[in-house]
Design a protein around this ligand. Structure first.
Ligand code: AMP
Length: 327
């Protein structure tokens, strides 16, 4: 891939907080940024200096026009249709590719891809109709295949009767029923891969959730041995390679007494990587820009022995205590 150099314009689909931080990194590196999404200006991306284009994610004409106004396109919002990414890629490189988004936006496709790549996942069954719930492993978590996040679109079920009720209350849409994993703790690896196939990984971190929302990230994961760090890194690299990811991806993992089970993938910068802004030589946002622009990846070394991320939203809804936090 010919490098897309500073002075060029990076297009971002989505205009929220992840796009804002990507915009900040890109502008500091000398790029211009344009963002596209349904929200009216000012958006978080626009406030950080991106040109804002308001449009629907399914307006293919508007997306095509947007694509023609930028040099490369990436995402901060990944629930974009294959038709939308296909229209954009008629004009410019789109990273990560539409195929990666297509896989990761559906738990059934994502799990199948992980299994194909030889990655350990929780025991699961695909549920299209109530009869698929018979003979499944219980207790389990019934999750809608699409559009679930932060614990939404999922229910803990103890037997087939509860699962049938949950399937109905989730709307009767395609689901996966996952066996409950007796994890010791939850972690993630944020990593990047560029078009040359180079991979750079941040360390395995520990994630602590409150009310299903990521509350605290500890870096590196305090309970991870050198061996566990190495096996998490090997799994992450295999996933990035097998999906042919270009850009940053977060791999969420359950750490069990028997090893690592991969929970889910996010094909973009992730909350559990925000600590990299101050805590690593290269932030996940700069790394994402480097990867999608075909540049060498930056060092993922920590700038201090340890780092952490605390999510003010989780503690202080509706208003974070900014004064207290700064003090
Ligand atoms: P997810 O939306 O898949 O990331 O799930 C949200 C949270 O629910 C995870 O971070 C875990 O705390 C919990 N969870 C999800 N799936 C499982 C599982 N199979 N076993 C145990 N806990 C789970």
């Amino acid at each position: 891939m010919t490098p897309i150099l500073p002075g060029s314009t990076i297009g971002i689909l989505g205009n929220g907080q992840l796009g804002r931080m990507t915009t900040q990194a890109a502008i500091r590196m000398g790029y211009s940024v344009a963002c596209y999404g349904p929200d009216a200006a000012p958006t978080p991306c626009g406030q950080a200096g991106a040109r804002e284009v308001q449009g629907a994610y399914d307006d293919l004409d508007a997306l095509s026009e947007f694509a023609r106004s930028v040099d490369v396109m990436t995402f901060e919002f990944e629930n974009v249709s294959t038709a939308a990414t296909a229209v954009a890629s008629e004009h410019i490189p789109v990273h990560p590719a539409g195929a990666v988004l297509h896989t990761t936006q559906d738990r059934i496709r994502e799990k199948a891809a992980l299994v194909d790549a030889g990655i350990p996942v929780a025991q699961y069954s695909v549920v299209h109709q109530p009869s698929d719930l018979d003979g499944a492993a219980y207790p389990g978590i019934l999750k809608t295949a699409q559009t679930g996040y932060d614990g939404k679109g999922q229910k803990l079920v103890h037997n087939a009767t509860e699962a049938a009720a949950a399937f109905t209350s989730l709307g009767g849409v395609p689901c996966v029923l996952e066996a409950l994993v007796p994890f010791l703790w939850e972690g993630s690896i944020v990593g990047a891969r560029n078009a040359a196939g180079d991979v750079a990984l941040y360390p395995l971190v520990q994630n602590i959730h409150t009310n299903h929302i990521l509350d605290t990230t500890l870096v590196p994961a305090p309970l991870a041995s050198t061996e566990l760090q190495a096996s998490a890194a090997a799994l992450a690299e295999r996933i990035l390679d097998s999906l042919d990811v270009i850009g940053v991806m977060c791999i969420e993992m359950f750490i069990t007494t028997d090893g690592i089970i991969v929970n889910e993938l996010a094909p973009r910068p992730h909350n559990s990587g925000h600590w990299t802004i101050e805590g690593a030589v290269t932030s996940q946002f700069e790394q994402h820009v480097r990867a999608v622009c075909g540049l060498p990846l930056g060092s993922t070394e920590l700038r201090a022995p340890a780092a952490a991320m605390a999510n003010l939203l989780g503690d202080c809804w509706p208003e974070p205590d900014f004064v207290g936090a700064l003090a």
